[in-house]
Design a protein around this ligand. Sequence first.
Ligand code: NAP
Length: 335
Amino acid sequence: MTTVYVSGATGFIAQHVVKQLLSKGYKVIGSVRSTEKGDDLVKNFGSDFKYEVVADVGVPGAFDESLKKHPEVSVFLHTASPFHFNAKDVEKDLLLPATEGTKNALKAIKNHGPQIKRVVVTSSYAAVGDASHEEDPNHVNTEESWNEISWEGALKDVRQGYRGSKTFAERAAWQFVKDEKPTFVLSTVNPVLVFGPQAFDSAVKDTLNTSSEVINNFFKLKSSDPVPSANGRFIDVRDVARAHLVAFEKDSAKNQRLVMTAGDFSGQEIADIIHKNFAEASKDVPVGKPGTGPQLRTNMSKSNFSKTENILGFKYIDLEKSVIDSVQQVIKKKA
Ligand code: NAP
């Protein structure tokens, strides 16, 4: 029976990871920031889920005690990292918890969890795509691509801050492996913007996690508002969770960056899917210019992540299903 440690178990992605782990028969130790949050998760996950409180991953030694207590853990998935755009101090609120949190996790594994053989860090496409190429349709990103952002560049604003936080944290993880030569093997999962339903209906609140809020926000608009110009790339949370399992289960995922995108989207395409499928609930959602979505995102860089697709070996959920399943849950909660 394999026991998997999941840091940041309350997170949008992490809850799906834990759900899939439990359904495949793994035992799970999750780190959470308070006993209240841990007790809430136990209600949903049941007794194969245990938690440890790690209030701030950025504090030196953050994971030491919980790993000492759990010598049965043989896989560590590090998902905890701040993902929000309301940081007052980019360095303190984003860059340091992300980078120090990752280093603290890896140090704790090396020093107190020598039996841990596989480690997966949840990184991001933010650590892959460099801003200088993002609007160049002739540029192709692959698993070898890196965001070249500097620490100073990341301090410019919260969005650059988040992109920097993921880049520096992932670089720190690979550097740790190079310098320390630990006995564990590292893999990273680098998703683009993650859509899809919350793991449990009870997790639906007025304001959702940063990426889910992109879709939730459509239901906070007036029909006279412009359609949000939210161009980007998406992947469904259930696929991202599945990739975290493949990342430690398959040998071919060892030492790999698994960079995941299911395709590009524009705000108009999200609006079109909402109107087509939710006539009643979408009365206040702006209509925009239906059908024009693909033309609004022609200046985006391209990608070739076929190496990742070959390792993962499953087909990604498409935009329509991801949006429908997200919206259905939000509407159910409002009813
Ligand atoms: P989320 O719901 O906001 O989850 C973030 C998790 O990290 C929560 O469990 C949070 O705990 C925890 N956390 C944040 N700062 C912490 C700190 N200083 N100390 C302890 N715990 C801390 O976001 P998510 O979308 O699931 O993101 C999970 C991971 O995926 C992150 O590493 C994120 O960068 C990455 N990612 C997300 C997306 C996306 O579009 N969602 C895309 C690419 C990569 P609390 O809940 O208690 O605050």
